[in-house]
Design a protein around this ligand. Structure first.
Ligand SMILES: [Zn+2]
Length: 149
């Protein structure tokens, strides 16, 4: 498997299905490319008549188009993943009252000037209830604690 795909699969198990499909497509294309390369051998080409000869440039073009298609599919999947992660980051920042651009880690941030650590802004009630309260409930159950902050 392509090392980049393998890394993404390790980091994002939820994308495993997509990555397996992409890997399968790549493997299939590599096998086809091997067959086409074999066809370029002098002996193999002589088996065809003049009209059915496949030109090496055409084979190379087909391989390149196939690679471009695979890369476009990968870019599409990765763009969607970035969008999903960005949305989750945004919602989490709202839930904990942090800067949605930097979480208070960037002194040059135009939104908070590095002050937007969790709790800097008033947390958004809906996101807090959705993302933070369940964690607090589990935390209190696990550590037998009360939330007296
Ligand atoms: Zn900020």
């Amino acid at each position: 498997m392509n090392p980049i795909l393998e890394y993404i699969k390790t980091q994002k198990p939820e994308l495993a299905e997509f990555i397996t499909v992409i890997d399968t497509l790549q493997t299939k294309d590599q096998e086809e490319a091997t067959v086409l390369e074999d066809m370029q051998d002098e002996d193999a080409v002589e088996l065809f008549d003049e009209e059915s000869k496949v030109k090496p440039e055409a084979i190379q073009m087909k391989k390149l188009k196939s690679e471009i298609l695979k890369l476009r599919q990968l870019v599409k999947v990765l763009k969607q993943e970035v969008y999903n992660e960005s949305q989750l980051n945004h919602d989490l920042a709202l839930a904990i009252g942090a800067c949605k651009y930097c979480f208070g880690c960037d002194d040059d941030c135009n939104n908070c000037h590095g002050e937007g650590a969790p709790g800097f802004f008033v947390p958004d009630y809906i996101h807090y209830k959705e993302l933070i309260l369940p964690a607090i409930k589990k935390f209190n159950l696990h550590f037998n604690a009360k939330t007296n902050y």
